[in-house]
Write a protein that binds this ligand. Sequence first.
Ligand SMILES: CC(=O)SCCNC(=O)CCNC(=O)[C@H](O)C(C)(C)COP(=O)(O)OP(=O)(O)OC[C@H]1O[C@@H](n2cnc3c(N)ncnc32)[C@H](O)[C@@H]1OP(=O)(O)O
Ligand SMILES: CC(C)C(=O)C(=O)O
Length: 517
Amino acid sequence: MTTAPKDADRVIIFDTTLRDGEQSPGATMTFEEKLEVTDVLVEMGVDVIEAGFPIASEGDFESVLEISKRAKDSVICGLARAHFKDIDRCAEAIKPARRGRIHTFIGTSPLHRKYQMQLDEEAVFERVVASVTRARSYTDDVEWSAMDATRTEPDYLCRCVEAAIKAGATTINIPDTVGYATPEEYGALIKMLRERVPNADKVIFSTHCHDDLGLAVANSLAGVANGARQIECTINGLGERAGNAALEEVVMAIRTRKDVLPYSTGIDTTMLMRASKLVSAVSAFPVQYNKAIVGRNAFAHESGIHQDGMLKNAQTFEIMTPESVGVKATSLVMGKHSGRHAFREKLKDLGYQLGENALEDAFMRFKALADRKKNVYDEDIEALVDDEVAHADDRLKVISLAVIAGTTGPQSSTLTMSIDGVEKTVQSTGNGPVDAIFNSIKQLVAHDAVLELYQVHAVTEGTDAQAEVSVRLTENGKTVTGRAADPDTLVASAKAYVASLNKLIIKRKSQGAQAVA
Ligand SMILES: CC(=O)SCCNC(=O)CCNC(=O)[C@H](O)C(C)(C)COP(=O)(O)OP(=O)(O)OC[C@H]1O[C@@H](n2cnc3c(N)ncnc32)[C@H](O)[C@@H]1OP(=O)(O)O
Ligand SMILES: CC(C)C(=O)C(=O)O
């Protein structure tokens, strides 16, 4: 039996996350985790799942066995060296599978023959024939791989492939084991094999490309363009060293560039993000932020020109929809590169409708904040706009503040405030920087209000988060609370105190008393 698709342009997706992916140092998965990944792979429509290397350990055997019992909609494959004991163990593990495959391999390159196998050409050749024949005695779905094929002499590779086909292999895999090939070379290799090897048209040629030079996906696609119809790949590109071709990338390249890659796969691409998150979680391998398709930034835009384009038409800066890979929506991330269009849109989303002047003021403050702060969250923008709106008519304003703090006191503050439009500066000391600031305010704005509460909390996470400070003052039985937010806790403290004084002025006015200042 082969898994030859009826449609000549259909590419078989062979996922080896559980075998080659698990070979990434540190990516070992538990039995239960492997079953969880299997369920997602099956649901996603993966054609062949390489579930493990049964001879490697009792645990690997058990998981291939269980996956074979469980995953009836995909071909379940186990790996085996060119040893009868490996092949026999593999056959036992895949036995319960509705469609089971034995994948046997041997190193064919001069380096692998001489150093790894310590066998000459003829001995390796004989092992090819013997191993495929043995595997065929168990199943009619046998894959043979020429490990390090891309560094193997072409004539010798042709001989081995021909022998493997003759012995009954139904899939011929041409691994770029060390990620050495370029796309042109790799495509030409597949083409050469298909043209030269007798009966090449009776089998499926497969790619298995490693990413040592970052060419795994390009090489896999070059293989397909030259007649390969199976791609071996892993979720998130997990795998030995720099990893394998990433499943999500080959699948989305084929889907997105139908014009130059006129092929198809059976993958439900809306499950790609889910699969990526699961594999990342169980393997404890984080996905790089800018990873194609499934990286956190793959559908995020921060720069103003891109955000403007996205708001006008998403196709300006996105070649696929986030929904097509299972991401809820594009995100316009607010940061120092954002422009007014995106800022206005963000405010609208957050429920603010500011006039043009207020919007411009808020935008300026946002830019200043973004220059100082790595991540600007919605809460930061809310705090900033609330502050702007709440304090637009204030009579007292903090203009600038410099504080000297540290172990060698006394701490001091130099504060400039605008009081009814007139700027005044004082310097004060205190028992700590906050006390020094509050003393400066008291010098500039004489009052008898008592400080009842001083509270600080972070608006968002991180050491560069904005601090939100609350200050409660009581005067003649009247209590007011002022709040302010700023990435500098001391500036937020000064502003919060001044905010409560502004409220006190309003309270006094409404009660017919004199203004503070
Ligand atoms: C390119 C790839 O990804 S290939 C797959 C790589 N994956 C793994 O190796 C993970 C699982 N491996 C294991 O658990 C172990 O290596 C085992 C169980 C397979 C073998 O363990 P050990 O018997 O202790 O051998 P060890 O790993 O030290 O050495 C590998 C042996 O396999 C031989 N070998 C390597 N590839 C093949 C092959 N395709 N066919 C036959 N023999 C092979 C080597 O020559 C070496 O043999 P030697 O002991 O006669 O020198
Ligand atoms: C076993 C083979 C397919 C392999 O993993 C490789 O050559 O990289």
